[in-house]
Design a protein around this ligand. Sequence first.
Ligand code: GDD
Ligand code: MG
Length: 358
Amino acid sequence: MREAILLVGGQGTRLRPLTINTPKPMLPVAGVPFTVHQIMRARDAGITRIVLATSYRADVFASFIADSDLGIEVVIATEEVPLGTGGAIRFASGFLTGDSEDPVVIFNGDVLTGVDIDALITSHESHCADVTLYLTRVADPRAYGLVPTSPEGRVLQFLEKPQTPEEIVTDQINAGCYVFTRSVIDSIPEGRPVSVEREIFPVLLAADRAVMGVVDSGYWLDLGQPMDFVAGSVDLVLGNAPSPAVTSPGESLILTGTTIEASANICGGTTIGKGTKVGSNSEVRASVVFDSASIGSNVSITNSIIGQGAMIGDSCVIADSVVGDFAQIGAGNELRNGARVWVNAELDELVVRFSSDK
Ligand code: GDD
Ligand code: MG
C-alpha cells in the first residue's frame, strides 16, 4: 500500500473573493474541482490511500468526497485550528496506516504538474533519504521556497520566500511535492502550528539529515493567484498540462446545460460551467466561467474568472479580472488589469470605464 497526504487547508487569500465560498482546491478547473486532478494523478501513480489535510471550509471537501468515487481511498483529516503545513502533515499522519520506514508522498493542494511521482518515490528509496523534494526552475523565484542543491542532489539550504536580493541564490524552487520517510513525520512537533518550509526543512538540514532534491523540467504551475489559476485551467483544457481528469482536450470545454448563442465565440481554452448562458456576439477567451453564470450580448471576456451565478450585462469588457460569485455587473462596464469584484456586489450600468482616448 502506498499512502499520501494532500494539503488542502489553506485559506486561499490570494484567490479572494473566489475562495470565500469555496476553498481553493475545490474551485473548478477544467470542469472538476482542482483537487480531483491531483487525486487522480496520485491514484495513477499507484497511491491507494490519500489523506486530505483540511481546515478552512472542511465541510466542502467532506460533502464532495462522500458523493464521489475517484478509485482511491480518500480519508479526511480536519484540524480544528489551522496547524500550518508542517502541523497539518503531523496531524494527518495520524490517519496513515504504514510503518515507520514507509515513504509518504505529500502534495501541496494547488500545484499542477506532470511530475513522475513513482520516479520520485524510487529516487527517495534508492538514496535512503529522509526527505526527497521535487524541485522546478522558475524565472522569478521570490514567491516560493528556494532550494539550492549539490551536484549529487543533496539539498544545501531551504529559503522560504526570500526577502533580500542576497537570498536569491538559485532559480530552483520547492515545487510543492515531497516524499517523507514516515518516521521523519513523527518527529514534527505535535499540537501546535508548524511550517514545514520555515521550521522543519531548516531543522533537518541543520541536523545533516538526508534531504534530497530531484529537479524536473516538465510542466509546473502553482494556481494560487488569479492569473495563474486561469493559465492552469486553460492549459488543462488545451491539453498543454497533463491530467487524467481531462480526457479530450480541445479549444474549449463546455459543460452540460449551457445555452450559448450560435454567434458567441468560446475559445482559447475557456471553460463554461454547467447551466451558464452566453449571449449573441460575445467572446469568452482563455477564461474560466463557473456554473450558472449569465453573460449578456456583445460581451468580451479575456483571461478572467467569472464566479458562480454571476451576471455580466451586455457590452461589458472584462480582461485579466475576477468577478465573485453572484456579483452583478451592469451593462457597459469595463474591468481590466486585475480588478476584483466581490461576492454579491452589484455594479450599475456604465460605472467603470477606461479612458477611450488611445
Ligand atoms: N491542512 C492545512 N493546514 N493546509 C494548509 C495550511 C494549514 O494550516 N496552510 C497551508 N496549507 C496548504 C494550502 O492549502 C496549500 O495547498 C499548501 O498548504 C501550500 O500553501 P500555499 O499557501 O499555497 O503556499 P505557497 O504557494 O505560498 O508556498 C508553498 O508552495 C510553493 C510551491 O507552490 C511553499 O511550499 C513553497 O516553498 C513552494 O515553493
Ligand atoms: Mg501555493
